[in-house]
Design a protein. Structure first.
Lengths: 111, 116
């Protein structure tokens, strides 16, 4: 399983764009990159997934460079409700992959 | 809206009691998982299943046991609860990456267990 490294915490202000970078130097060819969001006392929720280049949905964008050794989750114009823990996961779910969450990045959005 | 349900949501019991945390999903997912998480701490995988009659232990050693007799049902049992088992237990399911799916995990609302 590819190990991931993320900042432990980040602070931001409402209305700003937030970029959280995840390092995954030993990512395998079949691995996808997936991000989850978790609010206190709730289970994580899927945000976005990508394999290479850029992926965008209604919530976030995911930027993946050509070497795929890192990825950046971009949250446009954050609000107080975006305060949460964000997890970067790397793996191949096609087979018997067991999903392991790391420590994640604790994002705190201030008014 | 994810169709995965956990009961009970909250449970307070005494030491030595046997408890079962229920988890059911109506999405037909083959893969199911149990995670344990203390407040403000990391999620730890304690059990997972790839399908009926398939169960494996996760990365965090746990005294709990699981069973998977039906696709939709993945209960977790503690034969003799202790205060060290006090935690939140989160159940999840996934259908993997086949068929263009993302393999995302769908989580239940969790069961918060307190052992006195």
């Amino acid at each position: 399983l590819a190990k991931t490294t993320q900042p432990i915490s980040m602070d931001s202000y409402e209305g700003q764009e937030v970029n959280i970078t995840c390092s995954h130097n030993n990512i395998a060819t079949n691995d996808y990159i997936t991000w989850y969001q978790q609010f206190p006392s709730q289970g994580p929720r899927f945000i976005i997934q990508g394999y290479k280049t850029k992926v965008t949905n209604e919530v976030a964008s995911l930027f993946i460079p050509a070497d795929r050794k890192s990825s950046t989750l971009s949250l446009p114009r954050v609000s107080l409700s975006d305060t949460a823990v964000y997890y970067c996961l790397v793996g191949d779910w096609a087979g018997g992959f067991k999903t392991i969450f790391g420590a994640g990045t604790r994002l705190f959005v201030k008014a | 809206e994810a169709d995965i349900y956990q009961t009970p949501r909250y449970l307070v019991i005494g030491t030595g009691k046997k408890i079962t945390l229920e988890c059911s999903q109506t999405m037909g997912h083959d893969k199911m998982y149990w995670y344990q998480q203390d407040p403000g701490m990391e999620l730890h995988l304690i059990h997972y299943s790839y399908g009926v009659n398939s169960t494996e232990k996760g990365d965090l050693s746990s005294e709990s046991t699981v069973s998977r007799i039906r696709t939709e049902h993945f209960p977790l049992t503690l034969e003799s609860a202790r205060p060290s088992h006090t935690s939140q237990y989160l159940c999840a399911s996934s259908d993997g990456l086949a068929g263009g799916n993302t393999g995302e995990l769908f989580f239940g609302e969790g069961s918060r267990l307190t052992v006195l």
